[in-house]
Write a protein that binds this ligand. Structure first.
Ligand SMILES: Nc1ncnc2c1ncn2[C@@H]1O[C@H](COP(=O)(O)OP(=O)(O)OP(=O)(O)O)[C@@H](O)[C@H]1O
Ligand SMILES: [Mg+2]
Length: 319
């Protein structure tokens, strides 16, 4: 089932077209990655989806219901929550207090949030702080937390609202690799519990690791939106580097003559052959090298990575 349907959405800021005719469907239960260069319009799209600003045109549906004209808190009440690229916590309040005021759909004013939160709300805040490893720090001024810990706090704050869809805007930007992996685990755990996740990231290995579907946005327009496996499969080319016992000074003639591959001598006199998996195999290339008199000492291959596909698509769309 499609839980979010974005259709033909455009949004400009003055003369800047931040999003142009964006259409993206999000399947319930998945983890979708929204990736694209700086300024390509990812945060703008998140803002449009959660009702942070009105869109110029187009339709946004959540569970089949049009939400593009709804207010942030009403959309949050439906279970559609986001975290901010720039964390938004109150530095002078402690972690529990930040958790409690992050329930705008229940507590309409800041004052009410302090005066009317229940024991259950408090317990939930502590449970979630425990979930993200901040229990020990729950009564500390949140401004004293490290940057990474503040990201964890913001993530936990979004969970106070019991989201069915969680939009994470660069949840791991500037976070060290251990903490990043921890966040990945938390996101996976939530997802396994039924929360649909959409995340933006500049760490392409994060999108590759976490997402089952990836949309790429460039200059405000969607240039790819497909299952990760299909996207990765687009990059057909592979490179094998053959390290010979005796460094090469030139590409052997028999290999240079093969039109379907490109070969060059690289550092250390090794031979790098780039080929397309659909018309050459590694075995054939190694046989060809041996037949050319190369005594093979070592072989390394480079796999298709999301980074390769991403750069190809971005460069193609830039023209
Ligand atoms: N409030 C605003 N006022 C004016 N222009 C804006 C505003 N917000 C975004 N823009 C412009 O819209 C475009 C898209 O910005 P957006 O923040 O959506 O990009 P992004 O993909 O999230 O980038 P990044 O990866 O750097 O976070 C940019 O050209 C940006 O300068
Ligand atoms: Mg952004």
């Amino acid at each position: 089932m499609k839980i979010i349907e974005v259709h033909g959405v455009s949004k400009s800021y003055g003369g800047v077209k931040a999003n142009t005719d964006i259409s993206i469907d999000v399947e319930q239960g998945g983890i979708t990655g929204l990736i694209g260069p700086n300024g390509s319009g990812k945060t703008t799209l998140f803002n449009s989806i959660v009702g942070y600003h009105p869109v110029d045109s187009g339709s946004i549906k959540f569970e089949g219901k049009e939400i593009s004209k709804m207010l942030v808190q009403d959309i949050a009440r439906l279970g559609l929550l986001r975290t901010f690229q720039q964390t938004r916590i109150y530095g002078d309040m402690n972690c529990v207090e930040n958790m409690l005021i992050s329930m705008p759909h229940r507590k309409m004013t800041l004052w009410e949030s302090f005066t009317t939160n229940t024991r259950a709300d408090h317990d939930r805040a502590e449970q979630l702080l425990d979930f993200v490893g901040l229990y020990e720090k729950r009564f500390l001024r949140s401004g004293s937390l490290s940057f990474g810990q503040q990201k964890l706090l913001e993530f936990a704050m979004a969970l106070m609202n019991e989201p069915t869809v969680l939009l994470l805007d660069e949840p791991t930007a500037g976070v060290d690799i251990d903490l990043r992996r921890q966040l990945w685990d938390y996101v996976r755990e939530l997802n396994e519990g039924g929360v649909t996740v959409i995340l933006t990231t500049h760490y392409l290995e994060e999108a590759e690791e976490m997402c089952d579907r990836i949309a790429i946005i460039n200059h405000g327009a969607v240039i790819a939106d497909e299952p990760k496996s299909a996207l990765m499969g687009r990059l057909d080319s592979k490179t094998v580097t053959i390290v010979p016992a005796v460094p090469l000074t030139g590409v052997p003639a028999a290999i240079a003559a093969r039109g379907e591959v490109t070969a060059e001598v690289v550092q250390g006199g090794a031979l790098a052959i780039t080929y397309s998996r659909s018309n050459a195999s590694l075995g054939t290339l190694l046989d060809l090298a041996r037949d050319s008199g190369i005594e093979i000492r070592d072989v390394t291959t480079s796999e298709a990575s999301l980074e390769g596909v991403f750069l190809d698509l971005i460069h193609d769309s830039d023209g």
